[in-house]
Design a protein around this ligand. Sequence first.
Ligand code: FAD
Length: 522
Amino acid sequence: MMDVDVDVVVVGAGPTGLMLAGELAQAGIRTLLMERRPEPSAMAKAGGLAGQILQLLHYRGELDRFRETSSGPEPAPRFPFGGLHLDFTQLGDSPMRAMLLPQPQLEGRLAERAIERGVDVRRGHEVVGLHQDDDAVTVEVRGPEGPYEVVAHFLAGCDGGRSRVRDLAGIPFAGTSLPEIERLASVTVPDPVTVLADGSLDVRGVGTIPFGYTATERGVFACSGMGGTLGVYTAEVEATEYDDDVPMTVAELSASVSRVIGIDLPLGEPLRMTRFGYSAKQADTYREGRVFLAGDAAHLFPAGGVAVNAGMLDAANLAWKLAGSVQGWAPPGLLDTYSDERRAAAERTLLHTRAQVALRRGYGPGGEALRALFLELTADEQPLRRLGALMAGTDVGAPVSEAHPLVGTFATDRALHVDHEDPRSAGMLRKGRPVLLDLADDAGLREVAGEWAGRVEVVSATIDERPADALLIRQDALIAWAAAINEPGETTLPALREALTTWFGARPGGKPPTGSGSESLR
Ligand SMILES: Cc1cc2nc3c(=O)[nH]c(=O)nc-3n(C[C@H](O)[C@H](O)[C@H](O)COP(=O)(O)OP(=O)(O)OC[C@H]3O[C@@H](n4cnc5c(N)ncnc54)[C@H](O)[C@@H]3O)c2cc1C
């Protein structure tokens, strides 16, 4: 490989770029993170983390670090879905979980993590151009001291929905944008409003406003009173374009409520105010040569609560593949699997977020009937589980594997048959390396994985009802290979060797030292 200034330039210090930079640095990759803003953004965008990323952070042994910064107790597993609330409490092992963690605090923790691992974070440095050839990518930067260039093996554009990197790489961003604005706010409860026990509101001079969603010809309104605060939501078709950096005001929200339901709803002091537009878009490819896209730069979803999860999972998928390419062990074609896998995952997210918009928009008797029927259907376990997995980003539309049904799926509590956040799996992927999880005390399998020592970890565990004799779990928690229960060594040993070669490259030279890379969670 040619001489470069750094291995990877990451553009954008949002949740995606920060996660990616931290993962790369953990793998020993020299990483430079460029952020055009001189200071971190204080904009309250996402209110928390939800979905599969929480499970991945648990496997990394980092969940507590994020939980320490959480702004409240873990929310009950009830989530908004297309103008309804899906109640996962009946499932016990809900596929969809969340942590309250406002985006500025999340980014703060992710930045700390990246810096601790050695990432060079440059704020106030804007990427304005790039060109690439077979050997490297040259990045043009406008910094506080003037323009300069950086040469790297790879560049990752995590620079948000209006991505400059995407434009510079000439990657089309197809999809729909509609003139619809959603507003979501939390305010103090003002004097004329009394919150009733079921969360509905009694408004002096107006009457009762029921808890939940109301669809009108003009748009959608929802309210809820809880813990001394008033939650208010509106969605309406409106041609105005808003700048994400310009905060919403109480007056703006009040005018929207009045347009949608024709009521002057008294509102208290703002606690959290956000607004977002409707976009359902996905980049045609997430890779153009040495340039990659991740997060909002790669996809925009038209319903809330899932984008940060998707972006951070992109980062986890991309990081180890870039690391393998820089370090020279990546098998041919590995880098291309990033775009294929994460585009397929984003298609699943687009499917349910687009459907949510249709569900919440329907008004009048037809719309009411659709929502009522949807609630009836989701009272049953199987559809509720499927929707939960979609929302969590765990359902990535992987083809059903002939080898084993778990291959191509995420390792989750449910896949592993363990309780939520089972301490035995905390930190299982702590080193950011793949793991052979030996569940049947199989010395033969451990020995084969040991041939990849330094690149692959071996972890042994006992689980009451094991889903497989062994699982090969990638750095991003996707299951790459599985040994069926009591499957004989004559088939498992060559199959494991093949899976290790397919994903983690040819066996490293030399015999590994005894016991190297092996530990026990028992
Ligand atoms: C009001 C609002 C509420 C939201 N609520 C939720 C929610 O509840 N749950 C959820 O999951 N998602 C939510 N989202 C979406 C979520 O905020 C985004 O999906 C998330 O920020 C995307 O992260 P990212 O890192 O991919 O991009 P961004 O967070 O957009 O970060 C991109 C970064 O790149 C920088 N940048 C851009 N161009 C350049 C350049 N040329 N050079 C250097 N730096 C550059 C930008 O300054 C920015 O810091 C919300 C969004 C909004 C607007």
